[in-house]
Design a protein around this ligand. Structure first.
Ligand code: SF4
Length: 697
């Protein structure tokens, strides 16, 4: 590996949605020296354990360096020809909906944009979905229902100006550590800042909590309905804001009044303590993450939270508002460029004929997806039942990370033609590919990402692309060219792609959408390269800041929408044969399926193997001993896990991390036990609601 340019390069961490700025420099030994970027607004120089170990993860061991066809090395020309021919044949014989792309929230926005353009505007299908579906699709759906667009209203700095921060279904200390550090530092400096943690588990995040509410699995909507009733009955109700800027208040309140607080699993005293704190601070931010989103009623939970902020008018002003934090580094960028099956680029709606026409006109494309495509679980269902004839998986490992992972693995293996673009040669998913395409990884890639507060940052190359690896956007353009659309995908670099979607965002802005960075549509390559992190919108008329403080929303009547929410428990019911609720999630020092973080020995020291958190009473009843092995099973699969007996777990609920993988259950491949149960609005899987049997092994 060689250094590309100057001594230090400003770039962005590739892990969580905090989106920390990183300064990296080759260390001359195949690694990188890495430190936090003090000039980046997300982290001001801080990095967590994962970010600071990035330099240890860039070695070439295990890298895929040349294309492979049927396991044998091949040239790029041959591989691209084959991919283009197989996709063309499937489309000609079975129609555009017989092909699909499954992509990733770790793609850069430029990669994501090109994939979306190829599938929706040229192939003519909506069948492009992303592993971000597993992360924050319920937030997207909740935003769109309440605001008319997928808009995050607030900014990170609200965490430091709030008087109360409520963290719901979010182990921020492990999953978004630098944001947690910002809150912890503010609380130390200003002890009056109240922190409430709502989570069935007593996680590391609860260490700074004034109040921890061990809500019952699925009880969140009932808790926020109870809060809405208290808001409506007291001084926190902002009658003027509701009268002038909100619709649906009466129906939402009626549903809240009919809601049973017992579903929260909390005492009257605990609920009263929560509502008193929330109502007592005008500046309140409600932060939520996968504990809300990964649910069969995740969209309703999001709207139950937003309802409270709309009724109290606590939105879009400093120190207040609902705040979705995304799991992945570029989940937000993917949303901006239309990487979900049910969205178009630049927050335009795929269901809206005028929006489809506008995008097709802008692209001058031969066709346009007539409507939404298959969302992640439905996409793999279609692979399984043979409707998908050609599948391209880019930058993700669904044979481990998808619910019912064993079923997904079998479905991919049986797909007539599967292409996988990856940085690694040997993953659970690459083993299933007919064609493997070597992609560049973090440290080599070049483009932009958007973090959870709408801040767009450059991710810059620090190292040369190794071997024959190519950028994902380049591979997609090469295939598009072989399919007959060379002129439409003739970009000379990521800056050209960025300019194109910045220009498209101007079209979206003219159609009344929120995402508008059209002021940047004329940036030169040099200006793009030097781009400093910025929070959108960034148009001729508006820059940065919060949304909705002025009471103007993107719904047809311009009002924020409150929705009637009927709380629902997880779909999988506890039963004598599966009497325990399985919660899944992340650990502090690993990321996704560990294809990068496992390269760092010090990251593996935190949690060396897959484990099961189980309450002492349950452990005693089951005959489980600390450090023994537990066997989990249900109708979907099984896993073997090291036993961790801890009071952090609730009786009846167990927790297992999502990262580990392997050919056998002994390696704790936990998503094999998560069923294909999804939220009917967002399509997000219920990754925290499986039921399992547990026995000593
Ligand atoms: Fe990277 Fe997230 Fe850690 Fe920041 S908090 S260094 S973005 S993993």
């Amino acid at each position: 590996m060689t250094r590309l340019t100057g001594p230090e390069i400003r770039t962005t961490c590739p892990y969580c949605g905090v989106g920390c700025g990183v300064i990296a420099r080759p260390d001359g030994q195949g690694g990188l020296d890495v430190r936090g970027d003090r000039a980046h607004p997300a982290n001001e120089g801080k990095l967590c354990s994962k970010g600071s170990a990035l330099g240890e993860t860039v070695g070439l061991s295990g890298r895929l360096l040349e294309p492979r066809i049927g396991g044998a090395e091949a040239g790029w020309d041959e591989a691209i020809d084959l991919v283009a021919r197989k996709f063309r044949e499937a489309i000609a014989e079975h129609g555009p909906d017989s092909v699909a792309f499954y992509v990733s929230g770790q793609l850069l926005s430029e990669d994501y944009y090109v994939a979306n353009k190829l599938m929706k505007g040229f192939i003519g299908s909506g069948n492009i979905d992303t592993n971000s579906r597993l992360c924050m699709a319920s937030s997207v759906a909740g935003h769109r229902r309440a605001f008319g667009t997928d808009t995050v209203p607030g900014l990170y700095e609200d965490f430091e100006t709030a008087d109360t921060i409520v963290l719901v279904g979010s182990n921020l200390a492990w999953c978004h550590p630098v944001l947690y550090q910002r809150i912890a530092a503010e609380k130390k400096h200003r002890p009056a800042l109240k922190v409430v943690v709502i989570d069935p588990r007593r996680t590391a995040t609860a260490e700074i909590a004034d109040l921890h509410l061990p809500v019952a699995p699925g009880g969140d909507a009932a808790l926020f309905n109870a809060l809405l009733c208290e808001i409506a009955d007291g001084a926190a109700l902002d009658r003027d804001f509701v009268a002038e800027h909100v619709s649906g208040f009466d129906a939402a309140l009626a549903a809240a009044r009919a809601s049973d607080p017992a579903l929260t699993g909390l005492s009257e005293r605990q609920i009263a303590d929560f509502t008193r704190i929330w109502i007592g601070s005008e500046r309140v931010v409600t932060v939520y993450s996968q504990g809300i989103n990964q649910s069969s009623s995740g969209t309703d939970k999001v709207n139950a939270i937003i309802n409270c902020h709309l009724a109290s008018g606590r939105i879009g002003r400093p120190g207040m508002g609902p705040f979705s934090v995304t799991g992945q580094p570029n989940a937000m960028g993917g949303r901006e460029v239309g990487g979900l099956a049910n969205m178009l680029a630049c927050h335009l709606d795929i269901e809206n004929p005028a929006h489809r026409d506008a995008v097709q006109g802008f692209w001058a494309s031969p066709t346009m997806a007539p409507g939404p495509g298959l969302k992640a679980v439905d996409m793999f269902r279609a692979v399984e039942d043979g409707r998908i004839k050609a599948l391209w998986i880019i930058c993700t490992n669904p044979a481990v990370s998808m619910p019912e992972a064993d079923r997904v693995r079998a479905a991919i293996a049986a797909c007539p033609f599967t292409v996988v673009s990856d940085v690694l040669a040997d993953t659970d998913t690459t083993r299933l590919a007919d064609v493997l395409l070597p992609a560049t990884g973090w440290g080599e890639k070049d483009g932009t990402v958007t973090n959870s507060e709408r801040c767009i940052s450059r991710q810059r190359p620090v190292l040369d692309a190794p071997g024959g690896a190519r950028h994902d956007w380049r591979i997609l353009c090469d295939v598009a060219a072989r399919m007959g659309w060379a002129e439409d995908f003739d970009y000379d670099g990521p800056a050209a792609i960025f300019r194109e979607y910045a220009a498209l965002s101007g079209v979206a802005g003219a159609l009344g959408r929120d995402f508008d960075i059209s002021a940047l549509s004329g940036v030169s390559d040099a200006e793009y390269d030097a781009l400093d992190p910025f929070v959108w919108p960034r148009s001729a008329t508006r820059s940065g800041g919060r949304f909705f403080g002025d009471g103007q929303f993107y719904t047809p009547d311009g009002r924020g929408r409150m929705l009637p929410i009927v709380p629902a428990l997880p779909v999988s019911r506890l039963a004598p044969e599966t009497p325990y609720r399985l919660n899944t999630g992340r650990v502090r020092d690993h990321w996704h399926t560990m294809t990068r973080t496992a390269k760092s020995p010090r990251l593996s020291q935190h949690m060396a193997e897959p484990y099961l958190e189980v309450h002492p009473d349950d452990a005693a009843a089951l005959g489980l001993v600390p450090a023994g092995i537990a066997r989990l099973s249900n109708g979907c699969g099984e896993a073997l896990l090291r036993v961790l007996v801890t009071g952090r777990a609730q009786p009846g609920s167990v927790f297992a991390p999502m990262h580990w993988t392997g050919e056998t259950a002994s390696l704790g491949r936990i998503d094999a036990l998560v069923p294909w149960v999804t939220d009917p609005v967002s399509g997000q899987p219920e990754s925290k609601g499986a039921t399992v049997a547990i026995a000593p092994f």
